[in-house]
Design a protein around this ligand. Structure first.
Ligand code: SF4
Ligand code: SF4
Length: 187
């Protein structure tokens, strides 16, 4: 089967975009599969990590940004540490996910909550420099249409001093903002 996107300027642009975001080279991957063999989430994924890398290499943005795997990746970096070619696979998974978020790609229904959590988490870090748990949980519950989820745990955690009602922002949020501007400008 001939895929008409391969070899087009758009395909090259996608590959270059991912390389820029990870400050590396996906071209170095020679498809040995070691990354996928060690991935603890692989049995839930629709595409193995090495297959996602291959899609990036050949520039198939649509296929890469629409797969379930980029939302399920836990960022554990087992794949990255195993790669004989020092490809930053965990970062590639994240970079493709960022492209999907920027382009408004709807995650598959079965991982929609995971995608929502990722987005709410990143927004909290961008805003405060670290996560603000109550705000993040409320944001997630509202966005995922389950407003009372885990609500009973809030008072208990508060009484044990585990919950701050106001965010503790980092002193200098400039570097965090710059990271977001460079990596996920449209979040
Ligand atoms: S371990 Fe590295 S070289 Fe091997 S398939 Fe994965 S990314 Fe490619
Ligand atoms: S970082 Fe993601 S792709 Fe890599 S081993 Fe962990 S879960 Fe799998």
């Amino acid at each position: 089967m001939v895929v008409k996107e391969i070899g087009t300027p758009e395909a090259a642009r996608f590959r270059q975009d991912i390389n820029r975001r990870i400050a590396g080279q996906v071209e170095k991957c020679y498809q040995c599969g070691k990354c996928s063999a060690g991935c603890p989430i692989a049995n839930e994924m629709d595409l193995m990590p090495n297959q996602v890398i291959r899609l990036v290499q050949i520039g198939l943005k649509d296929k890469a940004t629409h797969c379930r795997s980029i939302w399920l990746c836990a960022g554990c970096v087992t794949c990255t540490t195993r790669c004989p070619q020092e490809v930053e696979i965990a970062s590639v998974m994240e970079a493709v996910r960022h492209v999907a978020i920027e382009e408004g790609v709807e995650p598959p229904p079965e991982v929609r909550h995971t995608a929502t959590f990722t987005e709410v988490f990143l927004r909290s870090v961008r805003r405060h420099g670290r996560i603000f748990e109550p705000g993040m949980v409320m944001g997630f519950n509202l966005r995922s249409c389950q407003p009372m989820k885990d609500a009973e745990k809030g008072p208990k955690m508060f009484l044990k001093g585990k919950l701050n009602l106001l965010p503790h922002r980092v002193k200098d949020r400039g570097p965090v903002r710059r990271i977001f501007q460079r990596l996920v400008p449209k979040l």
